[in-house]
Write a protein that binds this ligand. Structure first.
Ligand SMILES: *[C@@H]1O[C@H](CO)[C@@H](O)[C@H](O)[C@H]1NC(C)=O
Ligand SMILES: *[C@@H]1O[C@H](CO)[C@@H](O)[C@H](O)[C@H]1NC(C)=O
Ligand SMILES: *[C@@H]1O[C@H](CO)[C@@H](O)[C@H](O)[C@H]1NC(C)=O
Ligand SMILES: *[C@@H]1O[C@H](CO)[C@@H](O)[C@H](O)[C@H]1NC(C)=O
Ligand SMILES: *[C@@H]1O[C@H](CO)[C@@H](O)[C@H](O)[C@H]1NC(C)=O
Ligand SMILES: *[C@@H]1O[C@H](CO)[C@@H](O)[C@H](O)[C@H]1NC(C)=O
Ligand SMILES: *[C@@H]1O[C@H](CO)[C@@H](O)[C@H](O)[C@H]1NC(C)=O
Ligand SMILES: *[C@@H]1O[C@H](CO)[C@@H](O)[C@H](O)[C@H]1NC(C)=O
Ligand SMILES: *[C@@H]1O[C@H](CO)[C@@H](O)[C@H](O)[C@H]1NC(C)=O
Ligand SMILES: *[C@@H]1O[C@H](CO)[C@@H](O)[C@H](O)[C@H]1NC(C)=O
Length: 608
């Protein structure tokens, strides 16, 4: 049915105007009716009922209303009287039906025209009211009614007419079956709708006529573009302006009111010295299509805490609907985040810095701890080993051998590690006793050492110049082909033995000392065990320290440079003991406990 209450009330208004001509019978003398002296009189109600002979007409008394008395709890009787005949209205089959506050004429006649009085009695009070029934003859042979409701149709829009029978329908609702028919002609013109129903044992009908005019101007449901139901963040004390923007398709000037609302109250203030105010509503034409834009700005000055966490809703009121949108005002992030955020943030920063510092100065920190708190470290003197480290380097005649390498192994290394740091080294070629079998010597001394320092250059493992049956590669696993007297095979044996212990037994720590930079191609020729170890634990790179020193020149004041006089390439021996290379070496060497200072206590301290 889709009856529109707004249009319904508009129709009602028209009826009142046109019906007022006959309203001057209002002050009918009711004194002849029984016991009405003490009744409170509400006189003639404005609303008239219009009908035509043969139709059903309904009169409704408005006395049963909370404005008059508490009708839900107070018992009451209602009686209807015909004011002209001064007789009480009673049920007449097919003619009259009295149903509490409604009086039904089931087959209206011209005689029924007139005023009817309702008397309502409660145990203590009495109320009375008059209602007018206007019966008119329709134009002969036409279904349309003399009284018409004016309604408009807008051109180009899909529109609707409302049958103004809502009152009857409401009353009939559960009392009867009904059908609504509407009879139309063209778009413009008169429409008559008829409601047929069964009531009081008869089938009756009631009709209304609509005079529809078509308007050229039209508009569609406004579209709300802003605000779009999001959140808006603003700082305390700042000024905030948000726009409510709508678009409406149509022609002519639509009646649409944009209103802002917060906490269920409309913001109507437009004074710009107020805390919250709105602008005037502004309209402008969209020059590309048949539409109009409109907006109204909301301004909040000097934002306060009580303005926050609220929904600011904008509604576009139109007869075609009231779309709405809102934004939720929130404080900017820093306010909310400060307490937790800053503590957490600074802890994270501190952690990252600590980790970074540890990794950059790990070696210095460890060396400092060893010096400062020797008691924390196990004294290694009592493990039955004779040497702190076994030094293996390319022997004369082997791949990668140079005098420089030899001098580094035989002079520089002992100078720093033995003389300056007090370590005891086994250096093959310096300490191996003549006469002893090389195999025995290597095995025995590696076993007696806590570390194995493997010195190698770029070509130590990778040279293929002597490519023959055994490839001459140091550390070529399992090579036992009888040429143990050769220098190559000595280091190979050392290497194999050390790697075996390091990788398989885990009983020896191998320190790789890389004398020269290794290219990936060279690395690919390394024995797999060395490559694996290098990947796993890294190497101490002499060449890195040399390069760094060359670049910065801060490491040394050239003490050793002068000493050597640059005669034979000073590179390998030119680093002072304070350089990173030596620190790294010391870091990898066993801890030196406090054996010199507290020889007796050392046994107690080495329990771990
Ligand atoms: C009839 O009157 C009652 C009050 O007595 C009112 O509540 C009701 O809305 C009226 N009905 C119509 C259809 O006007
Ligand atoms: C009239 O008839 C209806 C139903 O038939 C009934 O509910 C109502 O009370 C009657 N009214 C009177 C005044 O007898
Ligand atoms: C209404 O009354 C008229 C005459 O009084 C009668 O001819 C007609 O049949 C009645 N209509 C109904 C529906 O009873
Ligand atoms: C209503 O009418 C009945 C019967 O006529 C009567 O018994 C009752 O007291 C009346 N109630 C009131 C509130 O007048
Ligand atoms: C009619 O009856 C239905 C249930 O059958 C109920 O939901 C509705 O409220 C009733 N209407 C009136 C006006 O009494
Ligand atoms: C906010 O607006 C008021 C008046 O509208 C003005 O006096 C004030 O300076 C503005 N504050 C800011 C932060 O812009
Ligand atoms: C706006 O408010 C201020 C003070 O609240 C008042 O002095 C001023 O006259 C108002 N302006 C308007 C246009 O009402
Ligand atoms: C629409 O307005 C824009 C900006 O005001 C203008 O540049 C454009 O030419 C206009 N288009 C038409 C069809 O008028
Ligand atoms: C704002 O409106 C949304 C959606 O209706 C709702 O979920 C939310 O709870 C509201 N917030 C406040 C502060 O009223
Ligand atoms: C915003 O919320 C309103 C209800 O508060 C809803 O009617 C509307 O469709 C929503 N708009 C958008 C863009 O989601």
């Amino acid at each position: 049915m889709g009856l529109n209450p707004i249009l319904g009330s508009l129709v009602l208004f028209l009826w009142i105007c046109s019906g007022s001509v006959q309203g001057d019978e209002g002050d009918t003398d009711l004194s002849s009716m029984p016991k009405t002296e003490n009744c409170k009189n509400y006189y003639l109600q404005f609303k008239r009922t219009f009908s035509v002979p043969g139709d059903v007409a309904m009169l409704n008394s408005t006395l049963v209303s909370p404005d008059v008395f508490d009708f839900r709890t107070v018992p009451h009787n209602i009686t209807w009287y015909n004011a002209r005949t001064k007789t009480q209205m009673s049920n007449e089959t097919g003619r009259v039906l009295v149903l509490q506050e409604t009086l039904w004429f089931l087959n209206v006649t011209m005689d029924d025209n007139g005023e009817y009085v309702t008397i309502l009695r409660t145990p203590s009070r009495c109320y009375m009211q008059s209602t007018l029934l206007v019966v008119e003859l329709p134009a002969a042979g036409q279904c349309e009614r003399p009284r018409k409701a004016d309604q408009t149709l807008t051109k180009g829009a899909s529109d609707m007419l409302s049958c103004p029978l809502q009152d009857v329908i409401t009353k009939l609702d559960n009392k009867t079956k009904m059908t609504v028919k509407s009879v139309g002609f063209q778009d413009g013109g008169t429409y008559t709708c008829t409601l047929s129903f069964q009531l009081g044992g008869v089938t009756g009908s009631v009709s209304e006529t609509i005079e529809a005019t078509v308007e050229d101007e039209y508009y569609k449901v406004p579209q709300l573009h802003e605000p779009a139901n999001g959140t808006v963040k603003a700082e305390m004390g700042s000024n905030l302006t948000k726009k409510c923007l709508i678009y409406v398709l149509g022609t002519g000037r639509p009646f649409i009111d944009i209103l802002w609302k917060v906490k269920d109250e409309f913001i109507l203030d437009k004074n710009s010295s107020s805390h919250i105010y709105t602008s005037d509503q502004r309209w402008w034409k969209d020059n590309t299509s048949e539409g109009l834009w409109s907006e109204r700005l909301l301004t909040i000055t000097d934002l306060r805490a009580e303005d926050l966490h609220l929904n600011y809703t904008c509604q576009a009121h139109s007869s075609r609907g009231t779309p709405e949108g809102y934004f939720t005002l929130l404080p900017t992030d820093p306010d909310a985040m400060t307490p937790i955020g800053s503590v957490f943030g600074s802890m994270m920063v501190l952690f990252v810095i600590s980790v970074a510092v540890y990794y950059s100065f790990r070696i210095d920190i460890v060396l400092w701890f060893r010096r400062a708190c020797p008691v924390l470290y196990t004294n290694k003197d009592l493990d039955g080993k004779r040497y702190d480290a076994y030094v293996a380097y390319p022997q004369p005649g082997a791949m990668g051998f140079t005098e420089e390498v030899e001098r580094f192994a035989l002079q520089t290394l002992p100078q720093v590690l033995e003389k300056a740091c007090g370590y005891k080294l086994f250096i093959a070629g310096r300490d191996s006793l003549p006469g002893l079998s090389v195999v025995d010597c290597v095995e025995e001394n590696i076993q007696a050492s806590r570390r194995f320092l493997l010195l190698y250059g770029a070509s130590t493992f990778s040279s293929r110049r002597h490519a023959s049956h055994n490839n001459n590669n140091v550390c070529k696993d399992g090579s036992q082909d009888g040429d143990e007297g050769r220098p190559d095979s000595r280091q190979q044996m050392e290497c194999v033995a050390a790697m075996h212990r390091a990788l398989l037994e885990g009983s020896l720590k191998v320190v790789l000392v890389e004398l020269e930079e290794i290219s990936p191609a060279q690395l690919a020729l390394f024995p797999e065990s060395v490559r694996h170890l290098r990947e796993k634990q890294g190497a101490v790179c002499l060449w890195k320290s040399l390069r760094r020193r060359k670049r910065w020149r801060t490491c040394t004041e050239g003490r050793e440079d002068e000493e050597k006089g640059g005669k034979d390439s000073p590179l390998l021996s030119s680093l002072p003991p304070s350089c990173r290379f030596w620190k790294e070496m010391r870091y990898h060497m066993p801890v030196r406990g406090k054996r010199e200072a507290y020889p007796e206590k050392s046994s107690l301290l080495s329990l771990g």
